[in-house]
Design a protein around this ligand. Structure first.
Ligand SMILES: CC(C)(COP(=O)(O)OP(=O)(O)OC[C@H]1O[C@@H](n2cnc3c(N)ncnc32)[C@H](O)[C@@H]1OP(=O)(O)O)[C@@H](O)C(=O)NCCC(=O)NCCS
Length: 140
């Protein structure tokens, strides 16, 4: 896993390295997923089990600027949803239109908001629950 690629993408989008330690620690716990276009890393997703008493939480989803609006965020979420068994949680700022639109598009349900994390920009929480039976398919 190329952690440095994830750090570079985050730093380019954020314009500082403030989340580098978080990304490293998630990678250390094997929760970092990197998306590529060809061989080029274009986005990453941090899945953290240390947030809500062991429940899976997407603490970061980030796509490099030139590759946004091309389906990579959608594909990263789809990938981690497929890997996980139970519910998947995440959160984003109320002003983050692209993330909210992506989450609603992937069937996430808004679960409430928390004030005070960022000044005048509440944090909205979302959850996606897996429905239906757990089925293993076989091609015959
Ligand atoms: C939020 C963010 C991750 C979205 O990633 P993205 O790659 O640009 O998003 P996508 O291209 O996958 O999705 C964009 C749109 O296409 C839709 N879409 C993409 N692929 C699709 C598919 N295969 N089928 C159906 N819809 C699809 C999405 O639902 C979304 O809908 P919209 O057009 O109504 O907005 C990106 O903007 C980003 O990195 N922002 C900065 C960091 C950030 O704010 N992260 C979130 C908080 S941690």
């Amino acid at each position: 896993m190329d952690i440095n690629a994830a750090l570079r993408i985050d730093m380019d989008v954020l314009e500082h390295a403030g989340r580098a330690d978080h990304i490293r620690s998630v990678a250390f716990r094997t929760g970092l997923y990197l998306a590529h276009k060809g061989k080029e890393p274009v986005g990453d997703c941090c899945v953290d089990f240390n947030y809500f008493l062991g429940q899976a939480f997407v603490s970061l989803l980030i796509v490099a600027q030139p590759f946004q609006k091309m389906g990579f965020g959608f594909a990263l979420l789809e990938h981690v949803e497929r890997l996980l068994d139970g519910d998947l949680w995440t959160s984003t700022n109320l002003t983050n239109g692209p993330m909210i639109s992506l989450l609603l598009g992937r069937g996430y349900r808004a679960c409430g908001q928390l004030d005070g994390l960022d000044d005048r920009d509440p944090e909205l929480f979302f959850k996606k629950s897996k429905r239906g039976a757990k089925v293993n398919f076989q091609q015959v």
